[in-house]
Write a protein that binds this ligand. Structure first.
Ligand code: ADP
Ligand code: MG
Length: 564
């Protein structure tokens, strides 16, 4: 068969270069990435077999195998999972067609420290390429379950890779790393050492539900590998089914990294067990960083669904509402059919019950973070606040719980956002409404003439700068009986809050200015509805306001963008 040579895309080349001249503090994680891919491939095959999609596949002994050849200095990670077709190899391994890659590279260059870069790599799903941190050549051979022909891919990670169609391959995928020359200085990075491999698998991949076996090295006397048994390195225990006090935080974090395709620790781990008629276990994670594509159409949301320890699907959208789409994790239900489909899930009463329970649990966890771990809460809010607020519009049932988990920038303190509860507690004598203003940025809002009277009187105003803010304030309307009122809409009555002009004075002013106002209305004609004397300005001569209940300009733009 012919071998064809292809060029990596520019982006892929840049990425590989970064990988080879590694910026990472911890190279051991390449093995985690390869084992993680192998595990995913086994999950996919079992599911396809359950659905009857791959009648010819062999699912009798699904496992992951590690093999070391000390003389050749190679390490092979092999699985007998779903494998890849020729086209899939081209699409998944040969290119990084992912639109986020350019942005990723940009961020990577900006990340000053190695730790930041570590995290970025995982987020952008370039796990396979991490092999090039430790190898100067990588070979991948694979055959898709049920297909006859296989594929070999090789690359030195420089400018090109080769592809070849080959026959006679076993089902599944084998990735062989031709390890870089031994580093005499640093024994810690000897990946041909059985001890080292065991240690890495134990540390990063213990929970993988498939056996990870290390093949024995050929003996000195040449009795060969067959004489001795392969050793299973991982315990294969489903973490979500084990009691909380038996599992360390590190173990939870490694599971998160596997299912969340992230290299960073999660911000929060949430565990939930339901017993009784409909039994399930859930292990949820709040990441510490928002993924780059959280607000794009193609974002794959949802947690993994298992049924009695068997992986059923990734991104099960039915388990959490869209505004919690950043949450990762696993739900293992005991009483669903292994054949459950998306259509069934959408109608399943139990799935809806799980969703309600998980939603409440996530919201209460965030709310508790606010008091128990203010710094972690601040991180949460910075990363996910804008998404969470979507729930104020779409989930009226949980509105109060969402509001309790929300924070808002305010004029009171430039650095510290406030809860609505705290705002209300600070409200001035005589103040009936909760004031807010929406805008592009804090600076733009603070410079607005609408703010003058509020500043002068020391009345606190919430500063809302996310697109969704325009919508939720209308949807929510009020909090604890206090109306949410825009400082830019309609007439604002700040009288009663202190030092106000008397009614008599106002009337006198009205008479004085009647002529001017009439003249102005006439000249502005159709452009304005009314010209009136304002008591809200202290410095600026005039400002434009909308009627209460009318769309603000920003909201008008948003609806137009949504095609409404
Ligand atoms: P990710 O795992 O985050 O998708 P990777 O770079 O690790 O990113 O892998 C890219 C893709 O290549 C995987 O999504 C999968 O489709 C495919 N792949 C990688 N390793 C294997 C394997 N051992 N078996 C089958 N497919 C694989
Ligand atoms: Mg991967």
């Amino acid at each position: 068969m012919t071998t064809e040579t292809f060029e990596f895309q520019v982006e892929a080349r840049q990425l590989l270069k970064l990988m080879i001249h590694s910026v990472y503090s911890n190279k051991d994680v390449f093995l985690r990435e390869l084992v993680s891919n192998a595990s995913d491939a086994l999950d996919k095959l079992r599911l396809a077999a359950l659905r009857g999609d791959v009648p010819d596949a062999d699912v009798s002994d699904l496992h992951i195998e590690l093999e070391v050849d000390k003389d050749a200095r190679t390490l092979t990670v092999r699985d007998n999972g779903i494998g890849m077709s020729y086209d899939e190899v081209t699409r998944l391994i040969g290119t990084i067609a992912n639109s986020g890659t350019a942005k990723f590279l940009q961020e990577l260059r900006e990340a000053q420290d190695g730790a930041g870069a570590d995290g970025l790599i995982g987020q952008f799903g370039v796990g396979f390429y991490s092999g090039f941190m430790v190898a100067d050549e990588v070979t991948l051979v694979t055959r898709h379950a049920g297909e006859a022909e296989g594929t070999r891919w090789t690359s030195k990670g420089e400018g090109t890779y080769t592809l070849e169609r080959i026959d006679g391959l076993p089902q599944g995928t084998a990735v062989t790393l031709h390890l870089k020359p031994a580093d005499a200085e640093n024994q810690l990075h000897d990946y041909t050492s059985a001890w080292k491999i065991k240690e890495i698998v134990k540390r990063y991949s213990d929970f993988i539900t498939w056996p990870v076996r290390l093949l024995p090295e050929p003996g000195e006397d040449g009795d060969g590998a067959k004489a001795r048994e392969a050793e299973t390195l991982n315990s294969m225990k489903a973490l979500w089914a084990r009691p909380r006090d038996e599992v360390s935080d590190d173990e939870y974090h490694e599971l998160y990294k596997h299912i969340g395709h992230d290299w960073r620790d999660p911000l929060e781990t949430i565990r939930l067990q339901a017993e009784g008629t409909f039994e399930y276990q859930a292990l949820l994670f709040v990441p510490s960083h928002a993924p780059h594509d959280l607000f794009t159409q193609g974002y794959r949301r949802g947690v993994q669904l298992y049924v009695k320890r068997v992986f059923i699907m990734d991104d099960c959208e039915e388990l959490l509402p869209p505004y919690l789409r950043f949450v990762k994790g696993v739900v293992d239900a005991q009483d669903l059919s292994l054949n459950v489909s998306r259509e069934i899930l959408q109608q399943d009463r139990h799935i809806r019950m799980i969703q309600r329970r998980l939603t409440k649990k996530v919201l209460s966890t965030v709310k508790d973070l606010r008091t128990s771990a203010p710094e972690r809460y601040a991180t949460f809010w910075r990363e996910f606040g804008a998404v969470l607020k979507e729930g104020l519009v779409t989930d009226s049932e949980n509105r109060d719980a969402i509001l309790a988990a929300c924070s808002f920038a305010s004029t009171r303190d430039a650095d510290e956002p406030t809860s609505l509860k705290d705002y209300v507690e600070r409200m001035k004598e005589g103040q009936d409404d909760i004031y807010y203003m929406t805008g592009e940025s804090r600076a733009a809002i603070e410079n607005s003439p609408h703010m003058e009277a509020f500043r002068a009187k020391g009345v606190e105003v919430l500063l809302l700068t996310d697109a969704v803010d325009e919508v939720w304030v209308d949807a929510v309307g009020e909090y604890e009986g206090k109306t949410l009122r825009s400082v830019a809409k309609g007439e604002i009555d700040l009288s009663g809050t202190e030092d106000d002009k008397s009614e008599a004075e106002k009337e006198k002013q009205g008479e004085e200015y009647a002529g001017l106002l009439g003249w102005m209305s006439e000249h502005l004609g159709e452009d304005v509805k009314e010209v009136r004397l304002s008591h809200r300005l202290t410095v600026s001569p005039a400002c434009v306001v909308s009627d209460a209940g009318e769309l603000t300009p920003a909201l008008e733009n948003m609806y137009r963008a949504m095609g409404q």
